[in-house]
Design a protein around this ligand. Structure first.
Ligand code: QUE
Length: 355
């Protein structure tokens, strides 16, 4: 079955039989999502939902390094410096795209090969068929840039086994295929050298059952993960209700890994850590993902207007000195009232979902 290119650009759009394929195509920026890319993906997904000739959707990334590094942080940084409304437009479009993928009635397959961070998790973790490979490196590292795991990730992380989700949200630790499946962020492992066969294999699929059966035939067991063996110290430390208490338990732990995690957390934004913990805890009581996205949108708008997120992007992406100056820079100086402000309604700006 031959392939047709429907659109070339930052999102490459192709069709093959009943398969419709969206390829993130900014490989030099590790396919980091721009507003334009999220708009394009939304337009095609909406059109295909109503198009009987479209059977299955495949989402992947161009280049060797991975699916997607997250959002286009440089664009958010420039916009924040000039009071441009791009950030709110970007997040609203991105979060609605994530929810569109979550509720999509046709099978959506996402190839989570290589790096899958931040916004990359948003376009993959809600899809029906989440494929990981031996190269998958999945992470929500935002607390390290003074931001927080957004794209509704708190909903999924709150439901990971034990306190693993809290550990991943705070530390931003990268996990591989087996741990991704264990934590509920992925479904099936397929060796990277088999990925090229997937488009032709799915070209005539129209149901989840068909897609699942075809993918299962290519699947092999992933290499063992690390998280299940770390449950003892992770659950003991991260079941605490305050970041200060998590630090105290890590300090007192006999586990080397707990001390390493503590050292990593001590370099992160104290405000971001407290926001992240509260976000994940709150998400446990939600019963639909939209509640997490609405909460994330409130927090995001507050972050772009504050200090640490801009400083984090500066230190990691712009100046690359990796030495952010957080404000406040001590946990004890981040008060409950300061955190409350991130969770307050944004009134007229509240995120809405159509349909
Ligand atoms: C934390 C993050 C991101 C990050 C680094 C972090 C993130 C993100 C990028 C990124 C990487 C390469 C690019 C780019 C952005 O890096 O979300 O534009 O070319 O998108 O420590 O959350």
């Amino acid at each position: 079955m031959s392939e047709t290119i429907l659109r070339d650009g930052d999102v490459l759009v192709r069709e093959r039989g009943a398969l419709r394929r969206l390829t993130l195509n900014r490989p030099k920026a590790l396919n980091a999502l721009t507003l334009d890319m999220t708009v394009t993906m939304t337009e095609y997904l909406r059109a295909w939902a109503k198009d009987d000739s479209a059977g299955t959707i495949l989402i992947d990334g161009a280049g060797e390094r991975g699916l997607c590094a997250g959002g286009d942080l440089r664009a958010l940084y420039d916009a924040a410096k000039s009071s441009d409304p791009l950030p709110q437009n970007f997040w609203a479009t991105e979060y609605r795209l994530n929810v569109l993928i979550a509720h999509y009635r046709k099978p959506v397959v996402v190839i989570m090969d290589g790096t899958v961070m931040g916004g990359g998790v948003g376009i993959s973790a809600y899809a029906a068929h989440r494929v990981v490979t031996e190269r998958s490196a999945i992470a929500m590292p935002e607390a390290g840039i003074g931001y927080f795991p957004d794209v509704g990730a708190s909903y999924l992380l709150a439901r990971a086994p034990g306190s693993l989700g809290t550990h991943l949200a705070l530390t931003g630790e990268r996990i591989g295929a087996a741990d991704g499946i264990y934590c509920g962020l992925a479904d099936i492992h397929i060796a990277a050298d088999k990925l090229a066969e997937i488009p032709s294999l799915l070209a005539d699929c129209r149901t989840r059952e068909e897609v699942q059966a075809r993918l299962a035939r290519m699947s092999t067991p992933p290499a063992s993960g690390k998280l299940s063996a770390a449950r003892a110290w992770i659950d003991a430390c991260y079941s605490a209700d305050a970041v200060e208490e998590i630090f105290a338990r890590q300090r007192a732990s006999s586990s080397e890994a707990a001390h390493a995690a503590l050292a990593a957390l001590q370099r992160m934004s104290p405000t971001a850590l407290k926001i992240t913990l509260r976000n994940v805890r709150a998400a446990l009581s939600f019963n639909e993902i939209e509640q997490s996205f609405r909460q994330d949108y409130r927090i995001s708008l507050k972050c772009i207007a504050g200090h640490d997120f801009i400083e984090g992007i500066r230190a990691v992406i712009v100046d690359k000195d990796r030495n952010p100056a957080w404000r406040p820079d001590r946990l004890e100086d981040v008060t409950p009232a300061m955190i409350d402000a991130y969770f307050k309604t944004v009134d007229d700006l509240e995120l809405k979902f159509d349909g």
